[in-house]
Design a protein around this ligand. Structure first.
Ligand SMILES: Cc1cc2nc3c(=O)[nH]c(=O)nc-3n(C[C@H](O)[C@H](O)[C@H](O)COP(=O)(O)OP(=O)(O)OC[C@H]3O[C@@H](n4cnc5c(N)ncnc54)[C@H](O)[C@@H]3O)c2cc1C
Length: 407
């Protein structure tokens, strides 16, 4: 049997996979280090793996073995940029950003996206519980950003706040993650899990167990898996963690696991590249920024929740890129954006015409775009593209900033 399940406690776009099926290894297999007994082995110490470890300890499991192939914990979770997805929490309601779960699910249905609606419902219904849990352990995700987003109080990066808090809680629980330890094979006998083969500093080692949680994250940094499931996007820069190489596929495929939604890839439409590194600038849109093309014009709903569609619209623009434009009000709200400003990612100018000059876009167009959009914000309605979320920036406070982004 194989199943994937949205992780309740994390509410990031995480999955836990649990497995119990057939694979028999030969009796001659030799192990360099003595085998170790575990109640449960969790593969991957990102948000899903760490929160699973904490939950299992709280449930009374003694020998929780958490393994991580990298020399550090956190995975892609550590890189998560901006928002924690939650619906209708009391914090959102108090800020006038509540919406019923039914309405949220309806809006998702309309997106022509292959959601598993039952799981999405379960995920949405766990919003308050998940938010309370991450805040109880100190993540400080207290700022309602929209009817489906909460951010950190001072706009610092979401993932870093989560992993710092989770790691502290993990340490308190007594689970010591085995770092630089990669799961290479799930071992079974007579249709039951009997262990996990690992490779680490001391060579190969068998972790004996009857229960495994595969929490190895995504595959966007693994070209091999990317080409297999989503070849049209192979070769694009990845903002994900180096460890996101889709190892679940190699671990579970030999057991005839059934994978679902593997071709549904969520592109990041707001990637800024600098010195060969790629950074997610999605916080600039989340703080209210608009996207303009090389003509200085908006070309779509710049906060369309389907990021892959947003990326396609961007790729169809001249040059295949867009600038995100914000004002100082947005900059002041976000520690993450201030960090990017310090790295020199933003063009900055005291007025919109001067900013247009720096961007190399027609001044008249950018001024007209910004003025028209400010009017939409004032009236609460985007008459051009129907933007609903984060329709908040009226560009009333200079200086103004622009950052170049691609998918
Ligand atoms: C730049 C960026 C911005 C994002 N912003 C947001 C956001 O604002 N909001 C949001 O909800 N989501 C966001 N996401 C998505 C979110 O971060 C991920 O969906 C989530 O963190 C995945 O968590 P995870 O625990 O499943 O995987 P990860 O955190 O990636 O953890 C998996 C771990 O498994 C380890 N591993 C892999 N293979 C093996 C193996 N064979 N043996 C041992 N260990 C292994 C990896 O090294 C890694 O540490 C963003 C992602 C990125 C990259």
């Amino acid at each position: 049997m194989f199943f994937t399940k949205e992780l309740k406690v994390s509410n990031l776009t995480t999955k836990i996979a649990a497995v119990s099926c057939t694979l028999v290894i030969g009796p001659s297999m030799a192990f360099a280090a003595p085998a170790q007994e575990c109640d449960v082995v969790i593969i991957g110490a990102g948000g899903a793996g760490i929160s699973s470890a904490i939950a299992l300890k709280e449930a009374g499991k003694q020998k929780v073995c958490l393994i991580e192939k990298m020399p550090f914990v956190g995975g892609a979770t550590n890189l998560a940029a901006t928002y924690f997805t939650v619906i209708n929490t009391k914090e959102q309601q108090a800020a006038g950003k509540g919406q019923s779960i039914e309405k949220y699910l309806e809006s998702k249905k309309k997106q022509n996206y292959p959601y598993d609606m039952d799981r999405l419902k379960e995920f949405s219904e766990s919003s308050q519980e998940a938010l309370d849990w991450v805040n109880k352990i100190g993540a400080n995700i207290t700022r309602p950003m929209s009817s489906y987003q909460m951010g950190t109080a001072d706009g610092r990066s979401l993932g870093n706040a989560l992993i710092l808090a989770m790691k502290k809680k993990l340490d308190e629980s007594g689970v010591v993650p085995m770092l630089s330890t990669k799961a290479t094979k799930l071992v079974t006998k007579d249709g039951k899990i009997t262990g996990v083969m690992t490779e680490g500093k001391d060579g190969e080692k068998l972790l004996k167990t009857n229960y495994v949680i595969v929490a190895t994250g995504g595959y966007s940094s693994g070209q091999e898996v990317l080409k297999k499931f989503a070849p049209e996007w192979a070769g694009l820069p990845s903002t994900s963690a180096v460890g996101s190489t889709g190892d679940a596929v190699g671990l579970l495929e030999p057991l005839n696991a059934k994978f679902t939604h593997m071709d549904v890839l969520r592109l990041n439409p707001s990637v800024h590249s600098s010195n060969g590194q790629h950074y997610s600038l999605s916080a600039a849109r989340a703080e209210g920024g608009i996207m303009v093309n090389a003509e200085g014009k908006r070309f779509c709903n710049d906060y369309f929740p389907d990021y892959t569609q947003l990326s396609k619209w961007m790729l169809a623009q001249p040059g295949g890129y867009a600038y995100i434009v914000i004002d100082d009000k947005a900059m002041q709200k976000s520690k993450r954006l201030q960090g990017f400003k310090a790295k020199g990612f933003f063009l900055e100018a005291p007025t919109i015409p001067e900013l247009a000059k720096k961007m190399g876009v027609p001044e008249k167009n950018l001024v007209a775009t910004v003025e028209r959009y400010a009017g939409f914000v004032k009236n609460g309605k985007d008459e051009d593209f129907g933007r609903k979320h984060n329709l908040s920036l009226d560009f009333s406070m200079g200086p103004f900033y622009a950052v170049k982004t691609t998918p």
